[in-house]
Structure formats: structure tokens, C-alpha cells
Design a binder for this molecule. Structure first.
Ligand code: NAP
Length: 294
């Protein structure tokens, strides 16, 4: 039975770890706060005392944590997974991290004999729990062949962009475009509200108009209803992704990434307002009428 160490059991990671249990893998789990592992332990996962304990004897280590700092901590920190993972173990980073971090981590882990793949994901927590994510992979082709049995339980689509780091590049582009769209739809809807338009008609026009995307459609409904229950992606995570994407853009493009910087600015505010709430709360910031107290 193949052994997976799964590290990071937040909104996404908990469901992903569950997919390995459902698929018959032997699973060891670790999370900074243990309570998020309880349901997985009840389903047969082994609770590991640390990332190092989880990785001990694993065939693949899969991580799904918040950002660069968390990724560095669980792989390379005291009691990190790299300390015990044996040579040849697959190291699959699913977190959305910066491009620089993906390359640094790959170098460090390869230096220790591990096989590194970056595999950030597209899809919400429900897709994570049902194995319907799209994986955005950067890997050597032979490494991807080895990793496939560990990727298929998580996903319906595996997009291989090229060498290590390229999956992260695409993920950051994808999420920057998303940040711009969400900030844009919040502003558009706020204008419509303040101008007194019938928001039922506005929503219908948005949904069937040329600016519609699955993301715009999903967020516009929730924004107009001010319904942010069941946050799936927080303002803090969206801000983090936009910052990483802008840093990448600045390293590649001679002119400023104007829209990207505007999105970072918008999500700076959303993060200060409600960091752990749904990113769509952006509309509560931009819809304050002119002249209202801030
Ligand atoms: P989340 O619910 O906020 O979970 C974050 C996870 O990171 C938790 O397990 C948390 O541990 C852990 N963590 C944070 N800082 C840490 C540290 N310093 N050391 C160790 N662990 C740390 O986030 P999520 O929504 O699952 O997102 C996880 C990753 O997937 C992020 O990179 C995000 O950008 C990406 N992503 C999310 C979605 C989505 O729809 N939510 C979609 C695609 C990609 P605790 O539980 O102890 O806090």
C-alpha cells in the first residue's frame, strides 16, 4: 500500500487528504492545529507529531499550506518533512507559493535527493473534497509519470506546463486575473447600486453579457445579496497571491503591471477590513457612498 504524508489540513487540504483515504492509500497527516485532523484520524489516518514524523517512510509527501513562510516551515523548518523523507520520495507542493520560493524549494529538496513537483491547484474546497481539482503542474516528464498515481486521486484534469516552477507561474497568472476581475465586478456593482439601478436587472445583464466569466457570475450574485457565508477563499489568501503575481510580473515585464498593482492595493484594503472572510466582501469597501464616513 503506497504511503502518503499529507501536511496542511485547512479548507483545501482536509478534503485532499480525505481523497487519499478514499483511494486506499496509507495516510499520515499533520496540521499546525490538530483539531482539523480529527475527522481524518477517525477515518483511518495516522496523526503525525510533526511534518518530519509524517514524512518518515512516506512514498510521497504532499503539502497544502497558506504561503511561502508556511511551506518553508513544513518542509525545511525544525522537524520539517525534508529532515526524514528518504531519497527518491516524491515532494509535491500544492500550496500557492511565489515563483522564487518554488524554485528555491525545488533546489533545496533536490539537493537532498527528493523528487520535486510543483502542483498548485484550481478549484474550490468542494472540488478538493471530491477529487475534482485541476492541477497546474511543473515537473520533469519522467517525474510526472512517477507522480501521476498520487495526483489522480485529487483531480479530473492535470495540466503539465513544463519544468518545475511553470505550474506556479500559471497559477499566479490565473489568480491575478481573478483578483482583477473580482475587484472590477465589486466596483461595477457598487456604481450600479449607488446610481439606483434595479440590481435584479443588472445581475441578469452581467450574467449574460460579454464580461461574464464563471468567477464574475459566482461573485456578482453573492455581492449583490451581501451573502458571504461559507467563505471558500479569503481576502488574505487572494492578497498573498496578487503580491506574488506582481513580483513575478515585475521580474519579467519592463513596464509596470498596472492592473496587478491596483489589485494588490484593493486587496490590501480587503485584507485590513476582514482578512479571514470571503474575498467578495470587497464590495462592502467599495460601495460606501461618496461622502460617507470611512
Ligand atoms: P486555509 O484554510 O487558510 O488553510 C491554511 C493552512 O496552512 C492551514 O492548514 C494552516 O494551519 C496552515 N498554515 C498557515 N501558516 C502556517 C505555518 N506558519 N506553519 C504551518 N502551517 C501553516 O487555506 P486554504 O484555503 O486551504 O488554502 C491552502 C492553499 O491553497 C493556499 O496556498 C491557497 O492559496 C491555495 N488555494 C486555495 C483555494 C481555495 O479555494 N480555498 C483554491 C486554490 C488554491 P492551521 O490550520 O493551524 O491554521
Amino acid at each position: 500500500m503506497a504511503k502518503v504524508a499529507f501536511i496542511g489540513l485547512g479548507r483545501m487540504g482536509n478534503g485532499m487528504a480525505g481523497r487519499y483515504l478514499d483511494s486506499g492509500f496509507t495516510v499520515a497527516v499533520w496540521n499546525r492545529s490538530k483539531a482539523k485532523a480529527d475527522d481524518l484520524i477517525a477515518r483511518g489516518a495516522r496523526w503525525a507529531r510533526s511534518p518530519a514524523d509524517a514524512a518518515d517512510g512516506a512514498d510521497a509527501v504532499v503539502t497544502m499550506v497558506a504561503d511561502d513562510a508556511a511551506s518553508r516551515a513544513v518542509w525545511l523548518g525544525k522537524d520539517g518533512a525534508a529532515g526524514t523523507a528518504k531519497a527518491g520520495t516524491l515532494a509535491i507542493e500544492c500550496s500557492t507559493v511565489s515563483y522564487g520560493h518554488a524554485l528555491d524549494l525545488a533546489r533545496e529538496l533536490r539537493g537532498r535527493g527528493l523528487v520535486y513537483i510543483d502542483s498548485p491547484v484550481a478549484g474550490l474546497p468542494d472540488a478538493a473534497a471530491s477529487g475534482k481539482l485541476t492541477l497546474l503542474v511543473g515537473a520533469e516528464p519522467a517525474d510526472l509519470v512517477r507522480a501521476r498515481p498520487y495526483l489522480t486521486p485529487l483531480s479530473t484534469i492535470i495540466r503539465h506546463f513544463g519544468a518545475v516552477g511553470t505550474g506556479t507561474v500559471y497559477k499566479l497568472i490565473n489568480n491575478l486575473m481573478g483578483a482583477i476581475q473580482i475587484a472590477g465586478i465589486a466596483e461595477g456593482l457598487a456604481i450600479a447600486e449607488q446610481a439606483g439601478l434595479d440590481m435584479r436587472l443588472v445581475l441578469e445583464a452581467v450574467e449574460t453579457g460579454v464580461a461574464a466569466s464563471p468567477q464574475v457570475i459566482r461573485h456578482s450574485k453573492r455581492m449583490v445579496a451581501r451573502n458571504f457565508s461559507g467563505a471558500t477563499f479569503t481576502a488574505a489568501l487572494r492578497h498573498k497571491d496578487a503580491v506574488y503575481a506582481v513580483a513575478l510580473a515585475e521580474s519579467l515585464l519592463s513596464d509596470a503591471p498596472l492592473m496587478g498593482r491596483a489589485a494588490v492595493h484593493a486587496y490590501d484594503k480587503a485584507k485590513a477590513y476582514a482578512p479571514d472572510d470571503d474575498e467578495g466582501k470587497m464590495i462592502e469597501i467599495v460601495s460606501r457612498p461618496k461622502g460617507a464616513a470611512t
